[in-house]
Design a protein around this ligand. Sequence first.
Ligand SMILES: Cc1ncc(COP(=O)(O)O)c(C=O)c1O
Length: 429
Amino acid sequence: MPDQSRYYVLGAFFLGVTLTVAYNNRASQQVSGDVESNRLLKQHQKLISRLAKINDLDTLKKSLVEIESSLEKGAGTIKEGIEGCIGDTPLIKIKSLSDYTGCEILAKAEFLNGAGNSPKDRVALSIIEMAEEKGLLIPDSGDTIYEGTVGSTGISLAAICRARGYKAHICMPNDMAIEKSDLLLKLGAEVERVRPAPIVDQNQFVNLARTRAAEHTANSNKPGRGLFADQFETEANWRAHFTGTGPEIYEQTGGSLDAFVSGAGTGGTISGVTLYLKSKLPDLKVVLADPPGSGLFNRIKYGVMFDPKEREGTRRRHQVDTIIEGIGINRVTHNFDVGRELIDDAIRVDDSQAIAMARWLVEHDGIFVGSSSAVNCVAATKLAKMLGPGHRIVTILCDSGARHLSKFWKTETVGGAEDDVSLESILGT
Ligand SMILES: Cc1ncc(COP(=O)(O)O)c(C=O)c1O
């Protein structure tokens, strides 16, 4: 090798060393703990020794350029465990609904949260972190989280519990889609499927979870303690959306949106997002999407909760008579109440509209979602028609249709039936 080239090679080699050391320092600042720093140090030592073996200037130059660009691309993209895959979900323009209405209909793809694949990932993580901060949960001690859920929160809790060294015990109504309880069992949760009952009944799924948590704590033969997650009443729920979902929507739209549409189960999503967005955009219109049998529609529209025939306690079999899961309720929970006064209007969506919309979204947009997402999309499209072209409306896609194969999606087939249904007939216009 000519002398001059040697200098180049040497110079490039030291540049490589400087680069990797600089990256090492930057990365060390970003990650916490000696274990992580040691891992990075080893990685960089390997990189340097690989570079040291190159004695041809062109190959060395090429390698350095490649390394520089991969460091740039890679920095910060590695997630810290499954919890690192929660939040920052995409905002998707639903093209068919936007074209039809002349409005931009945007959907926050919450089914892409990485642990339990629904907005409940944010809530479950927030509940666990809050309890950890208060010293109420100790990893690998047998501490168990108990929750009453129609499925989504349980699935998120069960996944995050596994990652953090806790156990999960889920109480759910036995008329929810079977794939949800199957999934919970595969995640290692204990599952109690109970008869649907009104909240006044001590065996109602939420009441039962509270009782089970207390029984665990009182039982000295059981390791650890029982913690009742209490998604309907806990501050951790709406706050997760106030600090996560709401700000993300604001940023993703550049603060330019006219309306937000969402269903409510616990009410955490609609309250948290609304409280954040209205603090920035006081003129934003917020609309509740409500399924049949839920009392929330009347509460928002007329200030009264119940139709006499829907009064809590009068229906022994079903709390809410609908095929739709996850939204609709006949009591005002704390999580709904914190944002209630900021909700401007409500739109009722029936089961057949939701089923037809779910099928429409697959046939025209390739988007495969569950029942609450379909309700949201019907309401968002109705609202767009009411507001007229030129508006921007954000709604939520909560979970995938894969969670609803045995019930909501049971009778539906897609493909070859594009002409069967029109958006006019779905919306009833
Ligand atoms: C699938 C699904 N969609 C929507 C919701 C409603 O969200 P929130 O409880 O924040 O009102 C839930 C609640 O459990 C759900 O399971």
